[in-house]
Design a protein around this ligand. Structure first.
Ligand code: ZN
Ligand code: MN
Length: 516
């Protein structure tokens, strides 16, 4: 008998609005003294009334569109009733049967070492609904006191629920990475899991697969699921699911049956295990009913307006960086994961197009020039921008936005053009790049100022080459006698004589010519 995991995710995303979901308090729970961003509405005082935040609705609809959801004509809010100290009203305003977005999907690319694993996974999205966050509880280490900070209470959340479509923990990880990129791209959230801006609960159960001899696979019924809560990073979602697969497989092997009832478990990061939390409480009755203090939402006009505001999404941008600019998948992913860097790359590539257009030495129409040179340009950009400048930024603790204020796309384009045209060698280019970042000067100015320009003309190099031939008579004789590899020594001597400024290819050609 073969058993396989069935995985679904529930993700809460904090929406990036100025104010809270149903009141005008500032939406900043971080970096504020406890209980200073609160008002009678979000602390549940009797007689107060909620007013829905229009921007939160806009962002929820935009995020829903970005994950291919249908936006219904209307939606409404409902009360989800439960009692807990982090919930001052005794209920959470959420959405039950008429959420702002339904029936979406996301196709994810799954990096896979094993041949039988799928390469793309189609993940259905059940719904995206809006709700308010609960307050934050903290407990003293001696266990004698608990504290409530209502700053977070009432901040806007989008909850995204997927279909149980994940076949492995790795698929769940890749989905969350993509969802995080999408939330950032549409401006819905910074979606930083470590800061609690994106929180994930994972549902997992095991089910029996019957493999018929003729190759047909029959998936048997779904079994009670285990919900793993409080997972604080994408990597830990994967780890928690891997742990659950092992645990639930062991239960099945021991009892010859799946885990018998729906349970909730927590992720213990330090131990790397899940622990049972409250299996007795699993059968919640939230007594949902429509929120009487809020009118229904007419989404027709909002849907139309938000459809126009969905930007190019990360998957499409990555594909374009690969097709149009010629980057490899890995570089394209790094470049498009940082909005400032992605913009920078686009500006630089456009500078390179202009440079090719203006360059009379390269033949063809603009498109022909681009197609013939883009592979070389992409290699230069990934090497000098990602590796070299990226390295300098890490060293100096700077961001890509910082880099752009020092090195304009135009100056970076000029810098690449100098390398392309062999006007400076790689050692000189490193010095120039560091100087550009430090001083914001133009590359040509630095090259001249520091006297670093590469000598590629025969006229420039002739004195040095002649000097070397005169100085190393023995080596010249050995070369002429057939020991051709000694040319490297002679090229090195020319480099030394020119303080590293000689173009080594030109120097080698000249040496060979003059020793004929
Ligand atoms: Zn408030
Ligand atoms: Mn929720």
């Amino acid at each position: 008998m073969k058993i396989e995991p069935v995985i679904g995710l529930e993700i809460h995303v904090q929406l990036k609005t100025k104010s809270k979901m149903f009141c005008s308090c500032e939406n900043i729970s971080e970096d504020r003294p406890p209980n200073t961003a609160v008002c009678p509405v979000c602390t549940g005082h009797p007689g107060t009334l909620p007013v829905a935040n229009a921007e939160a609705i806009n962002l929820g609809v935009r995020a829903g569109l970005a994950i291919n959801c249908t936006i219904p004509d209307r939606a409404k809010f409902d009360r989800k009733n439960y009692f807990y100290p982090d919930l001052p009203k005794g209920y959470q305003i959420s959405q039950f049967d008429e959420p702002v977005a339904i029936k979406g999907w996301l196709d994810i690319e799954v990096p896979s070492a094993k041949a039988h694993e799928r390469k793309t996974a189609h993940i259905g999205i059940t719904r995206l609904h809006l709700e308010e966050d609960a307050a934050k509880l903290s407990h003293s280490t001696d266990g004698k006191a608990s504290y409530v900070d209502y700053n977070r209470g009432g901040t806007p959340l989008a909850e995204i629920v997927t279909d149980p479509d994940f076949a492995s923990p790795a698929e769940a990880r890749v989905f969350l990475q993509e969802l995080q990129r999408i939330m950032r791209a549409v401006g819905a959230s910074d979606a930083d899991m470590e800061k609690g801006m994106m929180r994930c609960d994972a549902n997992i159960s095991m089910r029996e697969i019957v493999e018929k001899p003729e190759g047909e696979r029959l998936a048997m019924q779904l079994n009670p699921k285990t919900e793993v809560k409080n997972i604080n990073s994408i990597r830990n979602v994967e780890r928690a699911l891997e742990f659950e697969i092992k645990r639930q497989t062991a239960v099945w092997e021991e009892t010859h049956a799946p885990v018998a009832e729906t349970t909730t478990r927590g992720w213990d990061d330090a131990k790397g295990i899940t622990v049972d939390q409250r299996s007795k409480e699993a059968a919640h009755d939230y007594r949902y009913f429509p929120e009487p203090d809020l009118p229904g939402l007419d989404l027709v006009a909002i849907r139309e307006a938000q459809t126009k505001l969905v930007p190019e999404l990360p998957q499409a941008m990555r594909a374009r960086f690969i097709d149009e600019y010629g980057f490899n998948r890995e570089d394209a992913t790094i470049m498009t994961d940082d909005a400032a860097l992605a913009d920078y790359v686009e500006e630089i590539m456009s500078e390179m197009r202009v440079w090719l257009h203006d360059n009379g030495e390269i033949e063809g129409t603009d498109d022909e020039k681009w197609e013939a040179n883009k592979a070389k340009i992409a290699k230069l950009v990934s090497g000098w921008l990602l590796s070299k400048l990226g390295g300098l930024l890490i060293e100096k603790k700077l961001s890509w936005s910082d880099a752009k204020t020092k090195i304009t796309a135009e100056n970076f384009g000029d810098f690449l053009a100098l390398i392309y045209a062999s006007k400076m060698n790689s050692a000189a280019a490193q010095i120039v790049l560091a100087e550009m970042l430090a001083t914001a000067k133009e590359p040509e100015a630095i090259l001249e100022e520091k006297n670093l320009g590469q000598q590629s003309s025969a006229d420039d190099l002739k004195p040095a080459v002649e000097g070397v031939l005169n100085q190393y008579v023995d080596q010249v004789l050995q070369y002429k006698a057939g020991k051709v590899q000694i040319i490297k020594f002679l090229v090195g001597a020319v480099m030394k004589a020119t303080n590293g400024k000689a173009n080594p290819q030109v120097a080698e050609e000249m040496l060979k010519e003059m020793m004929k």
